[in-house]
Design a protein around this ligand. Structure first.
Ligand SMILES: [Zn+2]
Length: 250
């Protein structure tokens, strides 16, 4: 069986039989792929750590007939600080679930891989998970062809005013008041929220780390991105519902 190496993050795992797992890996070199980790549920398995959700490592894979096989792995970062905090775990799981729902198999995108990894390191480093997640959502949408239009009206191109702004998930961005009846999913947000979204859409790790949006901006962004992504995926992710429940219980 031909073997190959890949830098990968675990997006998903499911049990198979008594002792095996099937991993969905997002690899920097080959995009998303599924591979079987044989015996990885045995207590002493050398592959156990490599099968944890959002583990980042170097994987040695063998090409199989239907599924590839994980033959060796070396963990580069297991993100212990994320794993020690239920709130951070929830956001990290949401990020990998969102990636898994948005991308296709075997379509490498090293920039997107680096963005995921960089957001994981920000979560690990104690950066506000809401800010990291909003930046990630915006950048993932852009990378998958759904960059929201924020600079001008998505219908007529009129530059956004300095007043309150309308945002419509179904139109794909901001929409001005002159463009006929607004769709039912239109939300009104403050201009400060729009400016923060524009900044996060193109932000590098250091800018995300240093970004300090107000509570109002965080709430508005959370609402906008929740409905924007829901419209694109045509459903709500389980991990997103879990985050809502955590927030409601706080
Ligand atoms: Zn317009």
């Amino acid at each position: 069986m031909p073997v190959y190496r890949a830098n990968a993050i675990v997006l998903r795992r499911t049990n198979l039989g008594e002792t095996d797992r099937i991993l969905t890996l997002y690899t920097r070199e080959h995009g998303r792929l599924s591979a079987i980790a044989k015996g990885s549920r045995r207590p002493a398995s050398r592959l156990a750590g490599a099968t944890e959700l959002f583990n980042f490592g170097r994987y040695l894979l063998a090409t199989g007939k239907s599924l590839d096989v994980v033959t060796q792995s070396e963990t580069r970062e297991s993100f212990p600080n994320i794993r020690a905090d239920l709130n951070r775990i929830a956001y990290a799981i949401y990020i990998v679930e969102l990636v898994n729902e948005t991308i296709e198999d075997r379509e490498p995108n090293p920039d997107l891989f680096d963005t995921i990894l960089s957001c994981m390191y920000l979560l690990e480093g104690g950066v506000d998970p809401e800010v990291v997640t909003r930046a990630f959502e915006l950048q993932l949408m852009a990378a998958s062809g759904y960059r929201p239009r924020l600079e001008s009206c998505a219908r007529c191109g009129t530059p956004t005013s300095t007043q309150k702004v309308n945002f419509s998930p179904s139109i794909g961005g901001v929409v001005c008041g002159q463009c006929g009846p607004l769709p039912e999913d239109t939300m009104t947000i403050h201009h400060e929220t729009l400016d923060t979204m524009k900044a996060l859409l193109n932000a590098e790790a250091a800018q995300i780390r240093d970004s300090r949006p107000s509570e109002r901006t965080l709430d508005e962004m959370a609402n906008v991105m929740r409905w924007y992504i829901r419209y694109r995926l045509e459903r709500e992710l389980k991990s997103s519902e879990f985050i809502q429940a955590l927030k409601a219980g706080r």
